[in-house]
Ligand binder design. Structure first.
Ligand SMILES: Cc1cc2nc3c(=O)[nH]c(=O)nc-3n(C[C@H](O)[C@H](O)[C@H](O)COP(=O)(O)OP(=O)(O)OC[C@H]3O[C@@H](n4cnc5c(N)ncnc54)[C@H](O)[C@@H]3O)c2cc1C
Length: 344
């Protein structure tokens, strides 16, 4: 579509409550999307709006709507978490000789996780070669700045792998990408991979790419609730934050299943049922296991608690122990006894 929603204007009239202002965008051959130079703007009229987008995307939209006090206070109730992935292509799956076939290894080095992926000749319709893919790094949050610091410098050019049916053009060995990987990033990750596997002289990758999730319009890969916010109330109200307006917000950011697609789907489904009077689709409940799970965990409303949120108090909550202090003392005594016995 290559259109960016830049502004929502209020308007009055039977046929229109809102005017959505879209800016034309362009995606270049490396996959980078920016506003188009021609400055084309399209205006669309709408009676209702569903904004299915995360916190940073919402913050970038100009509108009187976002001046609402509750919304201003609670849009910031979630932390935006950055994410990063790096892939290396090798001429053979060297990890197989270490007994590693699939799955991942985890480390406290900045690469954090390495995933063992496929080999060309084992793929359906693949080339008869041993060319193989490794997710060299899957990291997030505090390790991102380590890799951001290596982004500037000589681009990684790779080399022509020996076993290919047809040669790659030199400039295509390493794909042109929105984030162009540098030699230093590859060398550093390759060193950490050697340390992680306790190996010396591993083959070097012939190609590499990376992607990071921190730029606009996303701001990050996923979200986490901040402490001190009533997430039950916010989750319910965020779907229609300003009662007088027919503007709805859904997505993973303000959901119970943050970091997962389920968060986006559950808030969207609950919003459609509550505000658009749509019934739960029959194909969702035709899976009896899923229906049982949905009833037990979400009481059919796709949010963990019925809206407007938890109304229970500490006094009448059956999960409150009542004699917490005694229970804690007893447990602590027991733990000390254990420690003393070990010391003896
Ligand atoms: C590295 C990584 C790995 C993940 N792995 C998994 C996984 O294994 N399993 C899983 O369930 N989930 C995973 N997730 C999370 C999952 O991708 C998200 O939870 C999900 O995509 C959130 O959906 P959403 O609809 O809330 O937001 P998004 O998917 O971010 O959708 C928002 C959309 O709005 C568009 N948009 C933003 N601003 C504007 C604007 N101004 N105008 C027009 N359009 C706009 C964006 O382009 C985007 O298409 C992963 C995420 C990352 C980053």
């Amino acid at each position: 579509m290559n259109q960016r929603l830049s502004e929502i204007k209020y308007c009055s009239g039977e046929e229109c409550r809102y005017v959505l202002v879209f800016h034309k965008t362009e995606t270049d051959s490396a996959g980078k999307t920016t506003d188009s130079d021609c400055g084309t703007v399209t205006e669309i009229r709408a009676k209702k709006i569903i904004l299915a987008m995360p916190r940073r995307s919402l913050e970038l939209i100009k509108s009187e709507f976002f001046e609402n006090e509750w919304l201003k206070e609670n849009l910031q109730s979630v932390l935006i978490q950055k994410a990063f992935k790096m892939f290396f292509a090798y001429e053979n799956p060297w990890w197989r000789s270490l007994g590693l076939v699939a799955g991942r290894s985890v480390t406290d080095l900045p690469i954090r996780q390495t995933y063992y992926m496929g080999t060309e000749c084992e793929q359906e319709g693949g080339e008869p070669t041993m060319n193989s893919l490794l997710m060299a790094s899957y990291n997030d949050i505090e390790t991102i700045p380590f890799w951001k610091g290596l982004e500037k410098g000589k681009e990684f050019v790779g080399y022509q792998p020996n076993q290919t049916e047809c040669k790659y053009e030199d400039h295509k060995i390493v794909p042109q990408h929105e984030y162009q990987i540098t030699q230093e990033m590859v060398d550093t990750a390759q060193f950490q991979i050697s340390v992680l596997h306790n190996q010396k002289g591993l083959p070097t990758p012939y190609s590499a790419v990376y992607q990071e999730w921190s730029a606009n319009p996303y701001g990050g890969g996923w979200h986490e609730w901040k402490a001190g916010y009533r997430i039950d109330e916010i989750m319910c109200r965020m779907r229609n934050p300003v009662k007088e307006q027919d503007i709805y917000i859904v997505g993973e950011a303000y959901s119970y299943e943050q970091g997962w697609v389920e968060g986006a789907l559950n808030t969207a489904e609950s919003m459609l049922e509550e505000y658009f009077d749509l019934k739960i689709p029959s194909w969702l409940t035709s899976d009896k296991d899923y229906e049982t799970w949905l009833k037990a965990n979400h009481n059919y409303n796709f949010l963990p608690l019925s809206c407007p949120g938890c109304t229970c108090t500490l006094e009448n909550n059956p999960n409150i122990c009542g004699n917490c202090k005694e229970v804690l003392n007893e447990v602590t005594e027991f733990a000390y006894e254990g420690i003393n016995n070990v010391e003896r």
